[in-house]
Design a binder for this molecule. Sequence first.
Ligand code: AMP
Ligand code: MG
Length: 406
Amino acid sequence: MISVEEALERILDEIRALNVTQIALQEALGLVLAEDVVAQEDMPPFANSAMDGFALLSRDSQPRDGHPARLRVTGGVAAGYVADHQVEEGTAMRIMTGAPVPPGADTVIEVELTHSDGPDSEWVEIMKAVTPGNNIRPAGEDMRRGQTVLLRGTEIGPWEIGVLATVGWAKVPVTRRARVAVLSTGDEIVDVDQLLQPGKIRNSNGYLLEAAIRQAGAEPHRLGIAQDTIESLREKFSEAIKYDLIITSGGVSVGDFDLVKNIMTEQGEINFWRINMRPGKPVAFGHIGGVPLLGLPGNPVSAAVTFELFGRPVIRKMLGHTRLLRPQIDVVVEDGVRERVMRRHYVRAHVTWQNGRFLARTTGNQGSHITTSLLNANALVIVHEGGAQIHPGDLAKAIMLDWPEV
Ligand code: AMP
Ligand code: MG
């Protein structure tokens, strides 16, 4: 039995980032940029107005003999259009936010600082003297042509997508999205829409893992349920090896019908089996047909927790991420952990920020079949090997499952 740390290291050692592909911009959310993005144009591409107002010569804005300057309005320019004439001395042009500053004008005054006769007024009074460049957004103020605006390795979020659209990247080079096969095993497992016959339970793991895989940024493919026979597993694995990663649940323990390891030795190899942890001791990792295989335990809580600790980092590494692990923080365990186990214990908890510290409250019965103990949990409190005890109010480390990886 190996430690959690050794298991993670041995798994990640075997995982490489997938190849690079071009993807439509709108599909790039959550993926990792595979090239630097260099602006090919100045942005904004032209000097434009930051306000609705009037474009004029700044020296025309000075009051004369104690009266506000009064200028003749020669026309207007809306966003998306270009002025068809110059702004001459003694004149002004109506201008809208985002419209190119017309030639001749060196400043813009916002409409709130002017008086006029309404939208068609042929004159405007300038109520405040303005300096050159006022309310003008110069060309290239956001990005200069040739400037690197995004670095390869960046995770693409909505704001990065906005910048990619700004520079006109309709297709984006990214590390391709991993395709992950999800296989549930067990003669007792039936699909979610089936009536429960005696001895049967529903395939919660398949759906849970599919969702967790999608949340990790990969594309899950649910292969359904394999029976606890070598033949059924062989058939399912012949399909599974078409994917980048295989995640199974169940069938990796020491029971008479736990045959996943048999298939792994028959068709590939086992790198390790069993981790000194709870929940989730029977985890197997290896390869089948060159495809990494993470064999997770059947108990739903174990499958969920071991996916978070091992499956998610694997997927992130395949996606090209460099930050693979959730942050650990110090928490005060309000209710403590009464149960003493010799293995490393990951206790589901809800962590909140209260009175200047993080407070963890465990989610009740921590049995690995208690799926409701996952509900409302946003953290795993770590209890060290050897039967360590956490009394109410003790400090402990917690892995924050809803914080981004560091
Ligand atoms: P196993 O690791 O195959 O011995 O399974 C351990 C426990 O997890 C058993 O009680 C199984 O019935 C249960 N289990 C296995 N697979 C699933 C699944 N896909 N959904 C829900 N429970 C499962
Ligand atoms: Mg089983």
